[in-house]
Structures are given as C-alpha cells and as structure tokens.
Design a protein around this ligand. Structure first.
Ligand SMILES: Nc1ncnc2c1ncn2[C@@H]1O[C@H](COP(=O)(O)OP(=O)(O)OP(=O)(O)O)[C@@H](O)[C@H]1O
Length: 107
C-alpha cells in the first residue's frame, strides 16, 4: 500500500506520531481502543479507496462521468472519516496534553 499510495505513507507517519504521543501521555485502555478503531478505519478506508481507483482505471481509461462519481465518492469517504479522526484525536489528547502543559507552565 505504501508503495502504491503516497497518502498511505502520510497515514503511517501520523499513526507513529500518535502512538508515541499516546505512550508519553499514558492513555487509558479505553482511549487506546478508540484510537485503534479510528486509525484502523482510516487505513482500511484508504485501502478500499485505492482498490476502487485501480478498478475504475482498469475499466475506463477515458473520461467517464460515472468514473468521476466513483472516484470522488470513494475519496470523500476517506476525507470524511479522516476529519472525524482529527476530532476524536483532539477529544482524546486534549485533557492529558493540557494537564502536562499545566505542570510545565506552573513549574
Ligand atoms: N476516468 C475518469 N473519468 C472521469 N473523471 C476522472 C477519471 N479519473 C479520474 N477522474 C477525476 O480526477 C480525480 C483524480 O483522479 P485520480 O485517479 O488521480 O485520483 P486520486 O484520488 O488523485 O488518486 P491517486 O491517489 O492515484 O493520486 C478523481 O477524483 C475524479 O474526479
């Protein structure tokens, strides 16, 4: 996937950063579970999107309105889920990061 899709390399990079951050702030098991579901969802949707793109390219090399709809809808699914992932990430990390930040600023 990383070889075929540049987006996947970006997802992998963000996943590693989030994992490191998760260990630093010491997330609860429930928060880890939510995080894993969200990260898995983004990666799985990206894979389905890539599969749809490849099938569309195979079936219709020329411009076709239906090919456009198929690709745009599949890409939109990844976009919507990614935006939700960002919101969930903020909800999960806001409190622990603010706590650490509070300790640092108070000394
Ligand atoms: N055969 C086609 N007919 C009509 N529109 C197309 C066709 N192929 C691509 N498009 C339009 O161009 C956009 C970009 O297509 P492309 O195949 O580059 O997808 P992509 O999401 O950029 O994929 P990649 O990850 O390979 O860069 C699509 O979202 C779609 O709107």
């Amino acid at each position: 996937m990383v070889k075929y899709e540049q987006n996947m390399a970006i997802h992998m990079f963000i996943t590693i950063v989030v994992f490191i951050l998760g260990f630093i702030v010491g997330l609860t098991p429930v928060k880890w579970a939510i995080l894993l579901m969200i990260i898995g969802g983004v990666i799985a949707l990206e894979m389905v999107n890539t599969a749809i793109e490849r099938v569309v390219d195979m079936v219709s090399a020329d411009y076709h309105p239906l090919a456009k709809v198929a690709k745009d809808v599949a890409a939109s699914a990844v976009l919507i889920y990614s935006m939700i992932a960002v919101i969930v990430g903020i909800l999960i990390f806001y409190e622990p990061i603010m706590t650490i930040f509070g300790f640092l600023t108070r000394g």
